[in-house]
Design a protein around this ligand. Sequence first.
Ligand SMILES: C[S@@+](CC[C@H](N)C(=O)[O-])C[C@H]1O[C@@H](n2cnc3c(N)ncnc32)[C@H](O)[C@@H]1O
Length: 214
Amino acid sequence: MWRFSAGRRGCCLAKSLIKKEVYNDFNGELVNLFRMVKCHPEALEREIALMLVSREEFCRMRAQRPEDLTELQRAARMYYLIRASYGAKISSFGCRGKDVSAIRDLYKVHERLKKVLIENQTFEECIQKQDGVRTLLYCDPPYFETEGYYGTGFCKKYHYRLAELLKAAKGKWILSYNDADFIRELYEGYRIEAVERSNNLGKGKYKELIIRNY
Ligand SMILES: C[S@@+](CC[C@H](N)C(=O)[O-])C[C@H]1O[C@@H](n2cnc3c(N)ncnc32)[C@H](O)[C@@H]1O
């Protein structure tokens, strides 16, 4: 989840008007990767430079316990597992000979994150802490009926809880979801726009919803 807080001239994503920006995710490995890109891009670049993709190496990395690694090694492992897995889902080998020895646009992302506060909280903690009349929240939660991919215990009651928090929010918000009747009903009365994007797995289009309160 991103939280943008606009300056005096109202809500706008133009960078110069933004006073504070927060990125949040409950997955500590993903958050650690973002923090390494923000703070130590050169070290991360060196750490991944000799990585190669093979099923054996993927299985070895997958079996590693993050708590036995340094933060830098954990970030490199997370990047490797995302890039080398099927559909970026981390669970199984992607069977492609991709080059993972460099992060595309690493220094652009590093620049972009320079002033972003990177948090590792639940959506509930983050929204309660960051919401305000001058805030824009962008939420990209686990999609309905794909929650299991994320291994964070996100289940149906969390979709209800997120809706409850957003409906009570003081600020503006944007939410992206898969196009499901349950989600359309949950946000009935809000502005719901149906969009399509390319499927991550390269086959056809994927239907999504962009929902907002403004
Ligand atoms: C659809 S993905 C969004 C990915 C993100 N937009 C990105 O590009 O990295 C859903 C995200 O929700 C996170 N998540 C799962 N349960 C959560 C929770 N209880 N609180 C906050 N984030 C959670 C997952 O770790 C996952 O990264």
